[in-house]
Design a protein around this ligand. Structure first.
Ligand code: CO
Length: 278
């Protein structure tokens, strides 16, 4: 049986916004136009060499009911939480944080000037795991495997398996695939993606064609089903994220940093946070 290539179902330009204490970013999931893309709840891209765009960072704030994934391209952040965990996120590193039943943490810049660039993805948890104990997977840059392929592509595997290489992030409920892909000018790449999983491409530099559809810089493409994704870069080359995961198929009730299944559970989360039970 021949492979079925995934087509682009929808493209959306990311939206400029700010969060935390005035950090400027581009948001492509978790917007008015796209509340979530099961199992993904939010995708933010921050990239600036103007310190005033990031210096405020993300002071103490709570999370409950999902996972946050921070992937740094340039610059450094310091992570601290109310359980005493403390982590340094340098260029190329990944932090996969399972907030579970709740944490309060801060994510602050470890620099006062220079380029700060990276992504934060929120991944939902199934109902039965929303109240699990918090957990961290801190991955150093050298532990993220990178593979150079014929045809002019370089792929970093953060999570899941691609081209025979398994990424360092393990044991996540939605079996995510998270790839950072660099395409040289005129490069092509075919990436196998598990059929039935929801998949997206976010182009953060250059232009690319996804399944034959042009996708411009700073644009999110949601893909239809299939078992592989065909990518081609233009004459400038391209850099993009390819992310996929198993849809959870449960109701999503969200309020700021809390994502549960019902309104009642959100009210409970707010009460628990206010009572210091995180
Ligand atoms: Co946070």
């Amino acid at each position: 049986m021949s492979n079925q290539s995934r087509a682009v179902a929808r493209t959306m330009k990311s939206i400029e916004t700010s969060d935390g204490a005035g950090v400027r970013m581009r948001r492509s999931i978790g917007t008015e136009g796209l509340d979530h893309f099961d199992p993904f709840l939010l995708l933010d891209h921050f990239s600036s060499d103007d310190a005033s765009d990031y210096i405020g960072g993300f002071p103490d704030h709570p999370h409950r009911g999902f996972e946050t994934v921070t992937y740094m391209l340039a610059g450094a952040m310091r992570h601290r939480d109310n359980a005493g965990n403390n982590g340094y996120l340098g260029p190329g590193s990944v932090q996969w944080m399972t907030a579970g039943r709740g944490i309060v943490h801060s994510e602050m810049p470890e620099q006062e000037e220079g380029l700060m660039s990276g992504f934060q993805l929120w991944v939902n948890l199934p109902a039965e795991h929303k109240m699990c104990p918090p957990r961290y997977q801190d991955i150093a840059p050298e532990d993220v495997p990178e593979v150079e392929l014929d045809g002019g592509a370089v792929v970093r595997v953060l999570a899941g398996t691609a081209f025979g290489i398994e990424g360092p992030v393990r044991d996540v409920m939605v079996r995510p695939l998270y790839l950072d892909i660099r395409l040289r000018p005129g490069a092509g790449l075919v990436v196998p993606v598990t059929k039935g999983h929801n998949a997206l491409v976010y182009v953060y530099d250059g232009n690319t064609q996804v399944g034959g559809t042009p996708v411009a810089r700073h644009t999110l493409a949601l893909l239809g089903d299939g078992d592989e994704v065909m990518l081609f870069s233009g004459q400038d080359g391209a850099r993009l994220l390819l992310i996929a995961g198993q849809p959870i198929g449960e109701p999503v009730a969200r309020y700021g940093p809390f994502v549960m299944n019902t309104r009642e559970e959100i009210v409970q989360a707010v009460q628990d946070f206010q009572a210091g039970r995180f």
